[in-house]
Ligand binder design. Sequence first.
Ligand code: NAD
Length: 508
Amino acid sequence: MNATDSFSNRARTAAQRCGATLPDGGGTAPDGTAALVVTTPIDGTELARLEPHTAAQIDDSIGSAAHAFERWRDVPAPARGWLVRRFGDLLVEHKHDLAELVTLEVGKIPSEALGEVQEMIDVCDFAVGLSRQLYGRTMPSERPGHRLMETWHPLGVVGVISAFNFPVAVWSWNTTIALVCGDPVVWKPSETTPLTALACDALLRRAAADVDAPADLHHVLIGNASAGEALVDDPRVALVSATGSVPMGRIVAPRVAARFGRCLLELGGNNAAIVTPSANLELTARGVVFAAAGTAGQRCTTLRRLIVHRSVADDLVARLASVYAGLRVGNPFDDGVLVGPLISPRAHDAMRSALDRAELDGGILVAGGQQVEVPGAGVYVSPALVRMPAQTEVVREETFAPILYVLPYDDFDEAIALHNGVPQGLSSSIFTTDQREAERFLARSDCGITNVNIGTSGAEIGGAFGGEKETGGGRESGSDSWKAYMRRATNTVNYSDELPLAQGVEFG
Ligand code: NAD
């Protein structure tokens, strides 16, 4: 691919290499719904126009997935793994094409975009291994001649709703695991990133054709929130796995619960790190900068609060300010750029408003927070570092932009209280060389992810990913997250000639 090509040509070529053909212009749906216009945050230019799916097409996709379930559930799990293995091979082959689309649609720097696709490849490996390890337990029965055990069975159609900022990795965590568990997937990607979704769908369909798996195991829904709502309300969708903001989760969760469906929520975070007097400040500064400024502050695990012991706060802030001053902001395709664009002007408005509120609360802007001029209509900002006198309301909210609030503490219990004193509970870390502090933190942080001497972002796929409180409680990816995608049955088998009842009950 040529760097001088227009962004729309580059998107078209990358999608085509993955097997997805983007339409030329047009895009109005048969029911008259306006085209979904896909733009790049790099300079605001149009990448493509897509036809949104109509209600009837969405209904067909869910019906077709439900039909595929009837066949796929009977395929042995290790054979289901062959599909994911082939998909993983195709991802290796098309790693650069997909990463190019991620950079074009989200504005991530290429290294982070490639890392996101690598995460997909990693989870394919994990899911293939898992396809031979969907273990149930056996328990001793209290009755003679009886066996008590649990077995795990495919659940049904999984609806995946995903956010813009990890347009492919989060889908792959869900989809690779769902497929080995025996479940088809209907995917409603973010309306900001449908091109990466079409490319993933094309690769997965090719993998299915190569291993003779049903073609209708996977469907993509093009559209806005209303397409997601169709998944949420459809009783044929056994599990809705929804990733996005807390307001989205507040709408989705009760609607799925109203039909007694299953919900897996991965919502917003407001992640903090505690820095104690014994911390290695050089290592801390490096860990903090990647976690706070990487992906232009647009990761769910982005570090947003730094709770620093008063004795080391000035030293650490000075180190951070000096690194922040050298962070190159700009077109993510340019060499040396570490911070790409914000996703939209609206994200910039939210950042501006948060900085104004922080200032009113007594905050002092130490570095960044300025708009950076880059040719075109993209929105670029220098990551902001703000010293706050206290954890005020604005600090307790997730602003999806690169703002790091620095809060002082004097006593370790106070640091933990500040840390846990927000509504969200996704990721957390401590920088310390004192093992007692590290262990106390691991035991008392109320987040789903708790780290020592690394930042809050950049999780590996082997662990379960997710968080508590307003983050929604869901777990995805590694460890035993697969259990959310299966149905558990408890089985009692009587291999004796007697019929003893449990708890010694006599009947007749
Ligand atoms: P968003 O909530 O605006 O949208 C997420 C998805 O939900 C989109 O596909 C959108 O179309 C869909 N949606 C919105 N309203 C819906 C409704 N009523 N019914 C069904 N679907 C609906 O989020 P965003 O701006 O794309 O992403 C940023 C947010 O996502 C941040 O809050 C971030 O922390 C969070 N996030 C969380 C995780 C995690 O794993 N916890 C991962 C990535 C992003």
